[in-house]
Design a protein around this ligand. Structure first.
Ligand SMILES: *[C@@H]1O[C@H](CO)[C@@H](O)[C@H](O)[C@H]1NC(C)=O
Ligand SMILES: *[C@@H]1O[C@H](CO)[C@@H](O)[C@H](O)[C@H]1NC(C)=O
Ligand SMILES: *[C@@H]1O[C@H](CO)[C@@H](O)[C@H](O)[C@H]1NC(C)=O
Ligand SMILES: *[C@@H]1O[C@H](CO)[C@@H](O)[C@H](O)[C@H]1NC(C)=O
Length: 281
């Protein structure tokens, strides 16, 4: 009797530890495990190479542009990884985000050769193929804030103007392809907008990547008080509250009146297009 209950207690304790460990890292905004690019086993060479790559990216990225790539091993077991932090996050936040990503992504996609996960602060991607310098549109995810703005048309015009202006800023960056802007819509709502590409893309590829998101705005963001778009090589986000480091805003200058931040609303209404979309909108 005593024996049984202590075993039961131990078992419950184990479950607690496992659940606790699984919940210490925040969950991704969106992630994707590729099911059609093969599986690996826990004893495979690929797994050892992948662990090496992910450990290296999560400990070495963040010092200059928040972009880290690594590859390890010999074909056909060679593993490749790419980590990208949001352009304004500090090096220590970047590394801790990539470290969380490494743990969570390998838990969620435990044997897929290829996967990607997105947080606010960073994204992490791995595969058994080189992905460096190649612009890809899938997997992707577009989501919006369900709150409507009052002046849909005016707000939409400001939003599209902001993004089209930022595409050049982000694309022309060299080691960092990152742009943020703030503006005020005709109904006086504030807009905070961010766009970023992985810096391994050419200027034209970054432009194509962000133009693709631009073309989707009527589907996911027009009239909404916030939205996000994630693709493997570029991302875009807009909100009516500040969500990035305002000192990173280059042009035009931030609002002179201090803005009292609204609390971040839940993200809803996710459109997930897992098929590739044409890179030439
Ligand atoms: C990746 O792994 C899959 C499944 O094992 C294999 O079919 C594919 O050829 C590999 N890709 C490369 C570039 O080695
Ligand atoms: C990285 O994550 C692991 C597993 O969650 C944790 O044990 C380790 O302390 C983390 N390392 C850093 C530098 O944050
Ligand atoms: C992202 O980084 C900020 C600091 O820049 C931090 O406060 C926040 O908790 C991070 N987000 C997550 C989900 O870890
Ligand atoms: C926003 O507007 C759309 C279309 O006019 C409507 O269907 C939806 O219910 C509105 N959402 C909210 C949260 O008011």
């Amino acid at each position: 009797m005593v024996m049984v209950s202590s075993r039961l207690l131990f078992f419950l304790f184990l479950i607690f530890v496992l659940v606790y460990q699984a919940t210490t890292q925040p969950s991704f905004i969106y992630y994707f495990c590729s099911d059609n690019t093969g599986k690996y086993t826990s004893k495979s060479k690929y797994k050892a190479n992948l662990d090496h790559v992910l450990a290296s990216i999560s400990s070495n990225t963040g010092t200059d542009n928040g972009f880290g790539t690594d590859s390890h091993g010999q074909e056909p077991d060679k593993a490749y990884g790419i980590g990208l932090c949001r352009g304004d996050v500090k090096a220590d936040v970047c590394r801790s985000c990539l470290n969380d990503s490494r743990t969570v992504l390998t838990q969620l996609c435990p044997n897929q050769m290829e996967a990607i996960g997105w947080y606010d602060n960073c994204s992490l991607r791995f595969s058994n193929r080189s992905m460096f310098g190649v612009v890809e549109s899938a997997p992707n995810s577009f989501m919006w804030n369900p709150r409507n703005v009052s002046d849909v048309k005016g707000y939409g015009v400001v939003l599209k103007n902001l993004l089209s202006g930022m595409i050049s800023d982000a694309a022309s960056g060299v080691s960092l392809k990152f742009a943020t802007r703030t503006s005020v819509a005709p109904d006086k709502s504030k807009l905070y907008v961010l766009a970023q590409c992985t810096p391994d893309l050419s200027e034209q590829d970054c432009r194509d990547c962000l133009n693709l998101i631009y073309a989707q705005i009527p589907l996911f963001g027009l009239g909404q008080a916030g939205g996000r778009a994630y693709t493997p090589n570029c991302n875009f986000r807009f909100e009516t509250y500040p969500f990035f480091d305002l000192t990173s805003v280059a042009t035009p200058s931030p609002p002179s009146q201090p803005v009292s931040p609204e609390s971040p609303p839940p993200i809803k209404g996710r459109i997930i297009l897992i098929y590739p979309i044409s890179m030439k909108p």
